[in-house]
Design a protein around this ligand. Structure first.
Ligand code: ATP
Length: 225
């Protein structure tokens, strides 16, 4: 689905990610760990084609990103759902409209898909919050709304950047269950997180691989995790 071959990335002030090779296979479940500032968000941005490698090959859905047209990139991104670290809602729009935003942006009419959107809102447990504005949501509610928005286009891949940051253990478990359900539907999941307990809880339920970025390199984490 997403394949990196000897990918390096530099923001300009030196190399941040160096010589990274990885294949994200369909239906796989990956965690991405590493110290703050190691480059986890940057790695996810490469997978979403928000950043282009400084060197190496990145293929998304079999296509080399260097040879993609703008349409190719847009089409590829439609197949990837992203849960951003800071959620990034439009605060003047109700939660339901924020969740439906990717449909609107891609030219689909949310009114024609109202039943599916409501089903999604119920799935994340926000039926009573569909009409409120994002600033009125708690941290866990925001994260669940962000997850619903990430999957409203039925993506094949979900990239979640610290989806359980700033929520308590019960809520992080609830978010994890939603991500596991998505994986059981066949979606490829990548979760960047510092939360080793979350990783342990997931590994008891799914065959998750744990990757670690340290010293610019991506490694498979030890079996102790
Ligand atoms: N647009 C940018 N321009 C220059 N440097 C940047 C940019 N974005 C990120 N960086 C730097 O790249 C490094 C890696 O950032 P990144 O957000 O990928 O790390 P992270 O592992 O996700 O960190 P955290 O766990 O704290 O979220 C940091 O030192 C950051 O300051």
């Amino acid at each position: 689905m997403i394949e990196l071959e000897n990918v390096s990335y530099s923001y300009g002030g030196g190399e941040l990610l160096s010589d990274i090779s990885l294949r994200l296979m369909p239906g796989s479940f990956h965690f991405l760990t590493g110290p703050s500032g190691a480059g986890k968000t940057t790695f996810l941005k490469l997978c979403y084609m928000e950043l282009m490698p400084t060197s190496g090959q990145l293929r998304v859905f079999e296509k080399p990103v260097g040879k993609m047209t703008r349409d190719d990139v847009a089409n590829g991104r439609r197949r990837i759902g992203v849960v951003h670290q800071d959620c990034q809602f439009l605060n003047h729009l109700p939660v339901a409209e924020n969740i439906a935003l990717p449909l609107t942006v891609s030219g689909r009419d949310p009114a024609g898909e109202a039943a599916n959107i409501m089903e999604l809102i119920q799935w994340v447990g926000l039926a009573n919050h569909a009409d409120v504005l994002p600033p009125q949501l708690s941290g866990g509610e925001r994260q669940r709304a962000a997850l619903a928005r990430a999957v409203v286009m039925s993506p094949e891949v979900v990239l979640a950047d610290e989806p359980t940051g700033n929520v308590d253990w019960d809520m992080s478990q609830r978010l994890l269950q939603l991500l596991i359900e998505l994986n059981k539907m066949g979606k490829t999941i990548v979760i960047a997180t510092h939360d080793l307990n979350l990783i342990r809880a997931a590994k008891a339920q799914v065959a998750a691989r744990v990757l670690r970025i340290a010293n610019r390199r991506l490694q498979l984490a030890g079996a102790d995790l």
